[in-house]
Design a protein around this ligand. Structure first.
Ligand code: FAD
Length: 453
């Protein structure tokens, strides 16, 4: 029994829709999956979310939290219908507290808008997905999203102090701290981060801020082949200077990037973008140490970006990769596996072997400093699509055999749900199911996502 329109009107006034055409726009995400919700609501207060969860629980109706639907895993697709809760109108930055290095925000604030507001006060929030201008803090937290800066500054879990949320029983939950230290009980904040809206709906977050570094320098290191580049990644991470970005592109990724910015991208076998930040007077020493580590067998050229424009051109080419892959393969399969950094050379070798055996193009690039590689399988027709689907379990098996895991930042959603039991210890998976039952006994929160049925 769906929640009735009159109940939704009581809670939201006019701020909801059951019009199928309007609902359609809230039934898809960047996974390109699609399903039809029964209603979409636009809360502006925590109390409305509490009332909605109670109503959905009474009516046994699924409730799917939604930021801007940019996730890649089907995590917001309402596979069982129900009510989509769009946080686009709950988007206030409640406060920026420089003294305590924190910001309190509602979930619908866009990552990019928050960064702009923080920059004016000399701070930033480290999670920096490429989608920053159009994804929300709520979505970032629910996916434990991150970007290039995570190698130095961590992802959402390392940069969030506390949350306010509504669990599947309708209970109000405040967890975490307002301080930069805290040692009181279980860490429910980290549990809800990365839970993909399956345990609770986040209505407010207290975020930990970091002062903006005064200066930044960028190196471009070109290598003869991917083995040389990935060996350099391990050397860079083994020495004391932590880069604030360490990005990798393989030869196929470079060919695509050259189409976007040929001047910035060399025609070599692999490339690293290595960045350091800090005080201007310390940077030369950091860059010198990173340069030594980046040098070694197979290095073709190591050069500093001469100015901010050259560095930005390099990054623009890197950011253009994901959309460029869609032009080759509208049905691209974009994974974001992670392995220990020292195993990157083996991972790339295994991926090449899988690509050759299944005769399917695989393009690799990503956040090498975290061992987090975007593995893109690019089927161009139905036959190749079937081959890519056959190759995918082998990709995951290789990653797990190398001591890695399924996702570094995109999460599980629908797309990887059925591989979860390969990535997790059976006892860990069983505890996750019990935790889900505690937070959401009727299974109304984002059903079908993350945990295999
Ligand atoms: C071009 C492009 C580039 C991208 N680059 C990156 C990248 O570099 N790094 C990266 O990590 N990701 C990246 N992504 C993926 C995506 O942008 C992130 O996962 C982002 O965090 C999703 O935010 P969203 O607001 O769109 O959330 P949605 O997609 O709407 O939702 C994502 C998940 O969060 C849940 N959710 C949303 N709001 C709440 C809430 N208030 N309470 C509880 N659960 C909630 C949803 O139910 C869902 O499970 C990229 C996507 C695109 C399209």
């Amino acid at each position: 029994m769906p929640v009735s329109a009159s109940t939704l009107r009581d809670i939201f006034g006019a701020a909801f829709t059951t019009d199928p055409a309007e609902c359609l726009a809230y039934g898809y995400d960047n996974s390109r999956r699609q399903a039809q919700p029964d209603a979409v609501v636009f809360p502006t207060t925590h109390e409305q979310v509490v009332a909605l969860v109670h109503a959905c629980r009474t009516a046994h109706t699924p409730l799917i939290a939604r930021g801007r639907g940019t996730n890649t895993t089907g995590a917001t697709v309402p596979v069982d219908g129900g009510v989509v809760v769009s946080f686009e109108r709950m988007n206030r930055i409640v406060k920026i507290d420089a003294d305590n290095r924190l910001a309190v925000v509602e979930p619908g604030v866009l990552n990019g808008d928050l960064q702009t507001a923080l920059a004016a006060q000399g701070f930033f929030w480290p999670p920096d997905p490429t989608s920053s201008p159009y994804c929300t803090i709520g979505g970032n937290l629910a996916c434990n999203a991150a970007g290039p800066r995570a190698v130095k500054y961590g992802s959402c879990r390392e940069n969030t102090l506390g949350l306010r949320a509504v669990v599947g029983t309708g209970d109000d939950l405040r967890c975490g701290v307002n301080t930069t230290k805290g040692a009181v009980g279980y860490d429910l904040t980290r549990l809800l981060i990365g839970a993909e809206g399956t345990l609770a709906v986040i209505t407010q977050a207290t975020l930990k801020l970091t002062p903006k570094p005064a200066a930044k320098a960028t190196l471009r290191a070109s290598y003869a082949d991917v083995a040389a580049a990935t060996a350099a990644v391990a050397r860079i991470m083994a020495q004391p200077v932590v880069p604030c970005a360490l990005e990798f592109m393989d030869d196929a990724a470079l060919r695509l990037a050259r189409a976007h910015a040929a001047d910035a991208i060399p025609a070599t076998g692999a490339l690293l973008i290595v960045e350091a930040d800090g005080d201007a007077e310390d940077l030369p020493r950091a860059i010198a140490a990173l340069s030594v580590a980046a040098s070694g067998a197979g290095l073709i050229e190591l050069r500093s970006a001469s100015d901010a424009h050259e560095a930005e051109t390099l990054w623009a080419a890197r950011r253009a990769l994901s959309p460029a892959l869609r032009t080759i393969s509208p049905d691209k399969i974009n994974e974001d596996v992670v392995v220990p950094v020292s195993r990157l050379p083996e991972l790339i070798a295994r991926l090449r072997e899988i690509a050759a055996r299944h005769s399917i193009p695989i393009v690799n690039f990503g956040h090498a400093g975290n061992g987090n590689i975007h593995v893109n399988l690019l089927p161009r027709d139905a036959t190749e699509h079937a081959r890519a689907q056959a190759a995918l379990p082998e990709v995951f098996a290789a990653v797990i055999a190398l001591g890695g895991t399924l996702s570094g930042e995109h999460g599980i959603g629908l797309a990887k749900r059925d591989f979860l039991d390969q990535a997790l210890d059976p006892a860990a998976l069983a505890f996750m199911r019990r935790i889900k039952a505690q937070f959401d006994p009727d299974g109304i929160l984002n059903p079908g996502k993350l945990l295999p049925p």
